[in-house]
Design a protein around this ligand. Structure first.
Ligand SMILES: Nc1ncnc2c1ncn2[C@@H]1O[C@H](COP(=O)(O)OP(=O)(O)OP(=O)(O)O)[C@@H](O)[C@H]1O
Ligand SMILES: [Mg+2]
Length: 394
């Protein structure tokens, strides 16, 4: 435990610094306990029924392909039950795809004619579940065989730490800032790094990224406008990915706007409370104005989808349900059908910087886990359909 001594309250600057130091030390201790012993995250094994569901096949089919030797047995077999690493699931996908008559059935990657999907999650309302939704979508798609890049545009780095890099613990590697800064930017490929989660890479963030806001305000080079910088960085790595998920900070600054200029679809997570709905209205009013400004400056904005997602949905809470119905009545299918349910399974998982997909079902109350995972799956499925639609597949 960290010794708790009286804080220095003589000067606000000293007080803030002391609070920050104490918090950082405590966070470091908490994280070290969560990620012991080597401070790296690792991904659990997946039981055979989960794998069959992910691959869209029956358990019997899996047993058959193992018996025939088409797909190697997983290395972890306990009491006759098979447990697969996410990497083994990826390998099984590749093998099954080669002998599948339907192209893309097991490996649903885009073809060169199908354009890279860049989905930005944005809302300047803090706590509207932008980061939690981003990480769940990232894991949903990576588990289904898509090559996913998560881009953290929030200098707070929540998404970065959910991806197993702790901005709180000695992370001094390259960040998205280094690829988009005005002075001597580095290649995006140097910034993007694979995570412990097969199929998912991250362009990380930390506090330095906030420099982009200040620099963009003073840089007025018309040949290199701020809103081209994220798009240009993504173009450099686009061949490696099918889907880019961009998490934005709770503000409508240069970072969020540059993200909007790079996006092919926008997703606005929204908690069903009156305050959040009215703040979202203001957000969109401002966003609309800025979109007009950058369009006048030469940006081409074109979105396949521009949707609201109701997050932290509470089906038993009457006022929030009324608000959700109100949004649906106003905007019809611009509000996604699936909602992200508010669940202790999600908040408990996020305490350990995990998504529901990283949690072992037996470690939670099953009904709670099933509800939470079912809801996140439904959100993922709906986004997946929209992506397939953007690719002209459905
Ligand atoms: N479905 C959910 N069920 C329960 N808790 C949730 C759910 N989604 C998010 N939360 C909780 O709400 C909090 C805020 O979520 P999150 O960090 O995703 O919001 P955000 O919009 O990214 O916030 P910020 O604007 O600060 O970046 C988190 O602590 C998370 O645990
Ligand atoms: Mg966030």
């Amino acid at each position: 435990m960290i010794p708790v001594t009286p804080l220095n309250t003589e000067r606000p600057s000293a007080l803030a610094t002391e609070i920050s130091e104490r918090l950082n030390a405590a966070i470091r201790e908490h994280l070290l306990a969560a990620f012991a012993p080597d401070n790296t995250k690792s991904l659990r094994a997946f039981a055979a029924p989960e794998v069959a569901e992910l691959l869209g096949v029956s358990g019997q089919f899996m047993r058959k392909v193992h018996a025939e030797g088409t797909v190697p047995e997983p290395s972890d077999i306990r009491a006759g039950r098979r447990y697969y690493s996410a990497q083994e699931i990826w390998n099984a996908r590749e093998i099954l795809e080669r002998s599948s008559r339907t192209k893309g059935r097991y490996v649903p990657r885009r073809s060169p004619e199908e354009k890279l999907q860049v989905w930005q999650l944005m809302n300047f309302k803090g706590g509207s579940s932008k980061s939690i939704t981003t990480i769940h979508l990232a894991h949903y798609f990576a588990l289904r065989g898509y090559r996913v890049l998560a881009v953290d545009l929030d200098p707070q780095g929540s998404l970065t730490s959910m991806c197993g890099i702790s901005p709180e613990i000695e992370f001094d590697g390259l960040t998205i800032y280094d690829a988009i800064r005005y002075d001597d930017p580095v290649e995006m490929v140097e910034v993007v790094q694979p995570t412990y989660f097969p199929g998912l890479s991250i362009a990380p963030s930390r506090l330095i990224l906030s420099e982009f806001e200040t620099e963009s305000a003073v840089h007025s080079n018309p040949n290199q406008p701020f809103f081209t910088r994220i798009r240009n960085a993504l173009v450099q790595v686009e061949n490696d990915f099918d889907l880019v998920l961009v998490d934005s900070p709770p503000q409508l600054g240069f970072l969020t706007i540059a993200g909007m200029a790079a996006a092919s679809s926008l997703l606005v997570p929204l908690t069903p409370s009156m305050l959040d709905v009215s703040s979202t209205a203001q957000f969109l009013e401002l966003a609309g104005a800025y979109m007009g400004v950058i369009e006048d400056a030469g940006a081409t904005l074109q979105y396949d989808h521009f949707k609201f997602l109701v997050t932290r949905d509470e089906p038993t809470d009457v006022p929030s349900q009324q608000l959700t119905s109100f949004m649906r009545a106003l905007f019809q299918d611009r509000v996604m059908s699936a909602t992200a349910l508010k669940s202790t399974a999600i908040s408990d998982a996020t305490m350990l910087k995990q998504s529901i997909y990283e949690v072992v079902r037996s470690e939670m109350t099953r009904a709670t886990y099933d509800r939470a995972k079912g809801s996140m799956d439904a959100v993922g499925e709906e986004v997946e359909q929209m992506i397939q639609q953007a690719w002209g597949r459905s």
